[in-house]
Design a binder for this molecule. Sequence first.
Ligand code: ASP
Length: 323
Amino acid sequence: MSMPRIRIVATGGTIAGAGSRPQSTQVYASGALDVKDLCAAVPGLNELAQVETEQFAALDSKNATPAFWRALAVRLQELLDSEAVDGLVVTHGTDTLEETAYYLHLVLKTRKPVVLVGAMRPATALSPDGPLNLFNAVTVAAAAEAADRGVLIAFNHGIFGARDATKVNANRPDAFAAPNGGPLGLVQDGCVSWLARPDRMHTHATRFSCDTPLPPVEVLVGYAGASAALIDAVGACGARGLIWAGTGNGSASKEALAALDRLRAAGLAVVRTTRTGSGCIPAGQGMVGAGTLSPWKARVLTMLALGAGCGEPQLLQSVFDTH
Ligand code: ASP
């Protein structure tokens, strides 16, 4: 049987990071190494798949933008449409990996596996985590059962769904988790064990594509004594929507609520989420409820929904209830 043909598309990040001292895990340049160097550090990669590589970008993902998401999606869609590619692995910085992953999860038109991967330690560090994470990502992308599970994230032996995965630690190699539902599977020593499938609309089932415009949407966090002036500033800066990362159950103080009402009256989409990191936020206080989506994922979905003409509150709520 011929091996799956997997394309590794590199975009930068710590997985390609280089520092001057092996003891240093914090001081290094992100995206310094070429994808060929990353693959050279992974023995056994060619026993998993026929691997091809391409260097798409050399970005520190803290600098990623919606324009970068779209350009990446256009290239990945070209590859996915090709009969010469069975699956994709995308190397990416961890800081905003979850946002890129969720955007791709919503716009790529495919059933083929797409797996994002990163690392917490630069490639030059003592005990780098990148090579094993890359080996595991190719293992997942080459697995027939990875098809039609949407965009996946392979990290530290976990396989996470793009909708629910989030970076939960700033330093440790077990930096990713899915706080509401757990991982979709596990990967170890070239074997994959599946635990769950994503049950919301993704990839080929959504109305979004890489052509959907991405109007600006901001995120603000609630905290004791938060100034309502920042909420009014969002109304004045040209944003089309605001994600409210509220206290507890997505709540807002009296002053914040009055300012959020002013935004809604001015025609902005206002969606509430929680700053707690997990839980399910229903509609309330006049705001659309993001359910179990994090504030950053809710922003991605709101941008796409607004770009697709689904900004009216009831319609936007139904988008949140199904994606
Ligand atoms: N700043 C890096 C990035 O996101 C962090 C990482 O990759 O872990 O590109």
